[in-house]
Design a protein around this ligand. Structure first.
Ligand SMILES: [Zn+2]
Length: 322
């Protein structure tokens, strides 16, 4: 499905089968000399076909096309090496590019999941079912690295890069001040709440995320164009909702912990999740993985606020109320 959002600016809906996100919004901007494609879908046939269809219908010449990837997740970056040509520039966050250098960082993540109570005998199955492991680019893309404040110009559009760490450490949004348009990637979604996870205690991704919400709060915006689902207009209202959501999730995390000593996996199992499953035991393994990462992000945040204590005296990290 193709929508014209603004002049020479289109949205291609790329299906993401079996994902609660349903579709990725890929944005195509047509310029006189160069075009820009923002985000690409998973590296899998169904996404590739949808992108090809958009490219053909919009008569995009890939030899004259550059790419911008909002963050490293495979539903955004997956197809970029297949679509880029030798003349393409691939704009990508300097910080998220580190993940590709570390071969995805999967081993470190698995080890970390293990010390947080994720069952050892389930770790390999979790990895093999992780969309990032299955559908990332097969080769490391040749990136042109970007930082906060950089400007990308295409056609009539002047896009300002805004670093918004949280959903990933290197997530970048794009702001078009004249058109009052904000491409929010997965930083701000309307129909669903962005996934905030943490796979290292050095990073406080939920605090980073809240700071990044505040960073874009005062932007003068008429339309928000997110990485998934519907466009929306009320940026401030949505930011207020997201901040409230995470505060109540943090409180729920504390309630699940109660007066016990629990690990992150056990806490994730006790939290409520918006998924069509009767109990934690029958959750798809990938969802258990995401839930554990999200519980860790909230626990790390609560720890930084002095509301929980992290115990590292045994092999498995546990938490108690402070
Ligand atoms: Zn994402």
């Amino acid at each position: 499905m193709i929508d014209e959002v603004m002049k020479d600016f289109y949205r291609i809906a790329v299906p993401l089968p079996n994902s609660p996100l349903k579709e990725l919004n890929s944005y195509f901007i047509k310029g006189e000399d160069r075009n820009l494609i923002i985000d690409t879908g998973f590296n899998r046939a169904v996404c590739f076909e949808a992108m090809q269809e958009g490219i053909e219908k919009l008569e995009i010449d890939l030899m004259k096309t550059d790419f911008f990837i909002t963050h490293m997740h495979a539903d955004h970056s997956g197809l970029v090496t297949r679509l880029a040509t030798e003349s393409s520039t691939i704009h990508f966050s300097r910080i998220d590019s580190q993940v590709f250098k570390r071969d995805g960082g999967w081993n470190t993540m698995l080890e970390f999941a293990g010390i947080n109570g994720f069952p050892e005998n389930e770790l390999m199955r979790a990895l093999n079912n992780h969309p990032g492991f299955k559908y990332s680019p097969q080769t490391v893309p040749d990136f042109s690295l970007i930082d906060d404040g950089d400007i990308i110009t295409v056609g009539d559009y002047r896009l300002q890069c805004i670093a918004t760490p949280g959903h990933t450490p290197g997530h970048i949004c794009l702001y078009e001040a004249d058109k009052k348009a904000f491409l929010s990637g997965d930083h701000i979604l309307y129909d669903i709440t962005p996934h905030i996870e943490s796979w290292a205690y050095q990073i406080n991704s939920l605090q980073d995320y809240i700071d990044s919400l505040e960073k874009v709060y005062t932007l003068d915006v008429d339309i928000v164009l997110p990485g998934h689902r519907n466009f929306f207009t009320d940026l401030k209202g949505r930011i207020d909702e997201l901040k409230e959501h995470h505060e109540s999730r943090a409180n729920e995390t504390l309630e699940v912990l109660g007066h016990d000593r629990k690990n992150a996996y056990e806490i994730a199992a006790g939290m409520t999740w918006d998924i069509d499953c009767e109990s934690w035991d029958v959750f798809p393994i990938a969802q258990k993985w995401f839930a554990t990462g999200e519980a860790i992000a909230h626990l790390r945040y609560l720890e930084s606020e002095g509301r929980v204590k992290r115990n590292t005296d045994s092999e498995i990290v546990t938490f108690t109320a402070a």
